[in-house]
Design a protein around this ligand. Structure first.
Ligand code: BGC
Length: 532
């Protein structure tokens, strides 16, 4: 099949290129539809901030005289979702290997609908919390497996852009949540919280029903040994006849890679297969443990950039300066910058690659965050004086400059680390541990999301550390760590098939990865073995 030099194992360039069919509109449409799962993620993390500030909701949970929720209530309501998503993401890997990627996403949507129905029906804390835990499980399934599914069906040339579409949907979800809560916050009946909560069922219905019409991932079928099903599924996702030479070549490559990995990995039971994610030496970039740690740490670093500080707490934070007449509107502007800048990443990720994107993004964010922090300690945010019950900033232009740099910081996040972290976790794992690797990485995102959400009030609360905008020294320092991290540890995966990514990680260090070009295919290696 391949034009192989059996002496050297080197394959003709045209064979390497034709490992995949040309991209069709149908392929785009399928992948773009799958990215809709991002709406869950964004909306679910976005709506609760608004709902917690609604008078009707506060009175329902904390009593008729309450002006805000008690801290433990607020913390429970917010964090129970992360607990659910964390567990959901971890379980999802097993389900995706057992029942398939598509089924797990559909199941996630169904579980989510049950959770949302419980929350919508609730008229008190208990049912609401139970509902959020159940919905969280569903979001966990969906957020982990959508990435896996999209990475497995997307063509290599546009895989980065397509997975970035998922991030775009997260940003739209955040925006929608902010707008809907804004629209209903003044209602003096249960519609104030029931509408924003109940609306989410619509996203789940669209995703769940839509996926019933999409094919399963061909790589899942290969893992299960169902070659003919894999051929049909691949034909559908590539818009080709299942017996076309393109499909034949790509299928051969996926199969050969899987055979190769199976030969290299011992047969194990359930626990052993989890332990496989942590096998090999930490010093070796191609070992499973390194890939798993890379995925987990990528998502951790993405949270360490401090982005959710801006999305979860900017309204409260801006209120504290007294310099902004409508803090809600201002935080809506950050959300809008986030949505509008993300599409640029579709181009960045394929033009400059994942590695450069993360490196330059971290540099941009670090600079902005330090500027915000330095203005704060000299003339901005940290300088206020009391006027009656309120506080007024001493230097409003300086506060405005800080707000502008926070917006630029969001621009850098949205075009680089936002999508980049998701793109990479879909690409770095070999098929044998891919579903679990992606699941562990997604669980790490939710874990750190929770930790940051939990500690932030203590960092900025006047009765606690009261860091004000000096908190940006902390985020800036963590972003500086992201620069070093990206330089030493992030490989370039642009333009390679998932099987070629495996090969590249075997052969070069992350720093040399951008220059790596494939010279053999797994299919040709197998062919060479048979010939020998
Ligand atoms: C992050 C979220 C964040 C969102 C903002 C995602 O990639 O994982 O935590 O809220 O981007 O757009």
């Amino acid at each position: 099949m391949s034009k192989l030099d059996t002496e050297t194992g080197v394959v003709a360039a045209e064979t390497l290129d034709s490992v995949e069919a040309p991209v069709t509109w149908r392929t785009y449409a399928m992948c773009v539809f799958a990215s809709f799962g991002g709406i869950f993620f964004g909306y679910d993390s976005g709506y609760i901030g608004g709902v917690q500030g609604m008078d009707y909701f506060i009175h329902m949970i904390s009593g008729p005289d309450a002006t805000k929720l008690l801290s433990w209530q607020s913390s429970l309501i917010v964090s129970i979702l992360s607990a659910g998503t964390f567990c959901g993401a971890l379980m999802a890997g097993d389900l995706a290997d057992y029942f398939g990627r598509r089924f797990t996403i559909i199941l996630g949507s169904a579980v989510f609908i049950v959770g949302v129905a419980l929350q919508t029906a609730s008229a008190g804390l208990v049912l609401l919390v139970v509902g959020r835990a159940v919905a969280g499980l569903g979001v966990g399934f969906v957020s982990a497996i959508i990435i896996l599914y999209m990475s497995e069906i997307a063509p290599k040339k546009v895989r980065g852009a397509i997975v970035s579409g998922y991030q775009f949907c997260i940003t739209i979800g955040l925006l929608l949540a902010a707008c809907v809560s804004y629209g209903t916050e003044k209602f003096e009946n249960s519609g104030s919280y029931r509408i924003p909560i109940g609306l989410q069922m619509l996203w789940a219905l669209i995703l769940g029903v839509g996926l019933m019409f999409l094919p399963e991932s061909p790589r899942y079928f290969i893992k299960k040994g169902k070659v003919e099903e894999a051929r049909k599924a691949l034909g559908r996702v590539r818009g080709q006849d299942p017996n076309s030479p393109y499909i034949e070549a790509e299928l051969n490559e996926i199969r050969a890679n899987h055979e190769y990995e199976k030969r290299m990995t011992p047969e194990t039971g359930y626990i052993g297969s989890w332990l496989l994610c942590f096998s090999g030496s930490v010093g070796l970039a191609s070992s499973n443990v390194r890939k798993t740690l890379l995925g987990i740490s990528l998502q951790m670093m993405q949270q360490w950039t401090g982005v959710n500080f801006v999305f979860y707490y900017s309204t409260i934070f801006l209120k504290g300066t007294g310099a902004v007449s409508d803090p809600f509107l201002m935080s809506l502007i950050f959300t809008l910058v986030n949505v509008l800048s993300t599409p640029l990443s579709f181009w960045f990720v394929e033009r400059f690659g994942r590695r450069s994107m993360l490196l330059w993004g971290a540099i941009g964010m670090t600079v902005c965050e330090f500027i915000v922090a330095v203005i704060g300690v000299t003339v901005g945010f940290n300088h206020t004086h009391p006027v009656g019950d309120a506080t007024i900033a001493d230097n409003i232009p300086a506060v405005n400059a800080q707000i502008a740099f926070i917006a630029i910081y969001i621009f850098f996040f949205a075009t680089t680390w936002g999508p980049g972290a998701w793109v990479l976790i879909g690409e770095i794992f070999p098929l044998s541990i891919r579903s679990r690797g992606v699941a562990l990485s997604t669980a790490s995102n939710w874990f750190w999301n929770f930790i940051i959400g939990y500690i932030t009030p203590y960092l900025v609360g006047p009765e606690y550390a009261n860091m004000q905008s000096s908190v940006f020294f902390l985020w800036g320092t963590l972003c500086a760590v992201c620069i070093v991290y990206a330089y030493f540890l992030v490989p370039e995966t642009k333009g390679l098939t998932l099987e070629q990514v495996d090969q590249m990680l075997d052969e070069v260090s992350p720093r040399k990865s951008a220059a790596w070009k494939p010279t053999t295919t797994f299919a040709s290696r197998e062919e060479k073995q048979t010939t020998a």
